[in-house]
Write a protein of this length. Structure first.
Length: 70
């Protein structure tokens, strides 16, 4: 298990858990980041990550990416 920020571009991973405060977890869940779903890192620029989750591309900052464990 590792934070999403460490995943390599092009690699598909399964989300194991979402950390952080309740408000942060709810926000990430509303974007489609739920345990058991697959997430693919598209690219990483200056610590910010563009991912594909549930057929949608989403950009998240490195603080959010650290809370997503894959």
């Amino acid at each position: 298990m590792m934070p999403l920020i460490l995943a390599k571009a092009g690699q598909t991973n399964t989300i194991v858990k979402i950390g952080g405060k309740e408000k942060t977890r709810k926000f990430l869940e509303s974007l489609g980041f739920v345990a058991g779903s697959e997430v693919t890192v598209i690219s990483e620029i200056a610590g910010n990550v563009i991912v594909n989750v549930k057929d949608t591309r989403i950009a998240i900052n490195k603080e959010m990416a650290k809370r997503i464990m894959v």
